[in-house]
Design a protein around this ligand. Structure first.
Ligand code: TPP
Length: 309
C-alpha cells in the first residue's frame, strides 16, 4: 500500500456530516472523506481494494490509492486537484434543481481550498442560482504546511458566505452531535428549495497531510497535544458512556471486530488479481478508436504484460 490520506482528528466533521445527509442526497468528497463513503455503504473490502488498485477496485486500478469513487452510494470521485469538486457539485445540484429532484448535495473542502478560484466560482453560482448545495469546510488548521491564518484575512471561513449571499455558520467540528444537527438542518433546507448553505467545521488534522508528509517540520508538539485533548471520538464515547449507551467492553469488542475485518480485507485485496492491461483502454469510448486498439495491442505484447502488471 503506497499512500494514504488520513482523517484522524476529523472523524466527527467527516462522518457525522455524512450521516446527516439523506440517502437520496449526493456527496462530493475532497480526498479525506473515506469515512463518509464507508458510512454511505461502501463495504470495507471495496475501500481496501481501491487502496491496492486491484481488479475489484471501483476505479479499476487507474487511480492513486485513496482516490475512491462510489456511484451506487451517490458518492462522486475523490478530487485531488484543489477545489475542482466545488463547481462540479454546484453544477450537479443545479441540474437536480432544474429536474425538481428535491435533493441536497454536500461538497467537502479544506479551508485551503477557499483560496482557489473554483471556490469563488462555485459559491457565486450557488448563491445566484440558489442551488441545493451544502458546502462543508473542514477547517483543520493546515493546508499541508500552510496555516489557516495564511488563507484569509476574514475573521472566519464562514464569513465568506455573506459575500455570495449564502447563509453560513461555524460549528465545533469535533462535536459529532453539533455537526450532525447543523448539517441536517442545512441539507433539509437546501433540498426544500431554500438555496445553498456554507458550514465551517472547526477541527484539526492530527496526522500528516498524507503518508508522504512529516508535519513535525512545520508545527509544534504543543499545538498537536492541545488538540489531542479535544479528540472527537473520545468526546462522543464519553457522552455515550455517561448515558449508558456504550461501555468499555463495547469499545474493545468493536475494535477487535474491526481489526479482524480489516486484516481479512487486506489479505483478500493482496490475493486479488491485478487489473488487466486491456482495462486501461476501456470505459471511455463506446467504439474503441483505431489508435487505442493499436496502443492496446502494443501494450499487451510489451514488458508490462510479461511482468504480469
Ligand atoms: C490545484 C492544486 N494545487 C496544489 C495542490 C497540492 N495540494 C494538495 S493538498 C493541498 C492542501 C490543501 O489543503 P486544504 O484545502 O486545507 O485541505 P486539507 O488537506 O487540509 O484537508 C495542496 C496545496 C493540488 N492538489 N491541487
Amino acid at each position: 500500500m503506497g499512500f494514504h490520506i488520513g482523517s484522524a482528528g476529523e472523524e466527527a466533521a467527516i462522518v457525522a456530516s455524512a450521516a446527516a445527509m439523506r440517502e437520496v442526497d449526493w456527496i462530493f468528497p475532497c480526498y479525506r472523506e473515506f469515512g463518509a463513503l464507508l458510512w454511505r455503504g461502501m463495504p470495507l473490502q471495496g475501500y481496501i481494494d481501491n487502496m491496492y488498485g486491484n481488479s475489484n477496485d471501483s476505479c479499476r486500478g487507474r487511480q492513486m490509492p485513496d482516490h475512491y469513487s462510489g456511484k451506487p452510494y451517490r458518492f462522486a470521485s475523490v478530487s485531488s486537484p484543489i477545489g475542482t469538486q466545488l463547481p462540479q457539485a454546484v453544477g450537479f445540484s443545479w441540474a437536480a434543481k432544474l429536474k425538481d429532484e428535491k435533493i441536497a448535495v454536500a461538497v467537502y473542502l479544506g479551508e485551503g481550498a477557499t483560496s482557489s478560484a473554483d471556490f469563488h466560482t462555485a459559491m457565486n453560482f450557488a448563491g445566484v442560482f440558489q442551488t441545493p448545495t451544502v458546502f462543508l469546510i473542514r477547517n483543520n488548521g493546515w493546508a499541508i504546511s500552510v496555516p489557516a491564518s495564511h488563507q484569509t484575512a476574514a475573521k472566519s471561513f464562514a464569513d465568506k458566505g455573506a459575500a455570495y449571499g449564502v447563509p453560513a455558520v461555524r460549528v465545533d467540528g469535533n462535536d459529532a452531535l453539533a455537526v450532525y444537527k447543523t448539517v441536517k438542518a442545512a441539507a433539509e433546507e437546501a433540498a426544500a428549495g431554500e438555496g445553498s448553505k456554507l458550514i465551517e467545521m472547526l477541527t484539526y488534522r492530527m496526522s500528516g497531510h498524507s503518508t508522504s508528509d512529516d508535519p513535525r517540520a512545520y508545527r509544534s508538539e504543543q499545538e498537536v497535544e492541545a488538540w489531542q485533548q479535544k479528540d472527537p471520538i473520545v468526546r462522543l464515547r464519553k457522552y455515550l458512556e455517561s448515558n449508558q449507551a456504550w461501555s468499555e467492553k463495547d469499545e474493545s469488542d468493536c475494535v477487535e471486530q474491526l481489526r479482524t475485518e480489516l486484516k481479512a480485507c487486506i489479505k483478500k485485496a493482496e490475493e486479488s488479481e491485478r487489473p488487466s492491461i486491456a482495462s486501461m483502454f476501456e470505459d471511455v469510448y463506446r467504439e474503441k478508436p483505431w489508435h487505442l486498439k493499436e496502443q492496446q495491442r502494443q501494450a499487451e505484447q510489451g514488458p508490462r504484460h510479461k511482468a504480469n502488471h
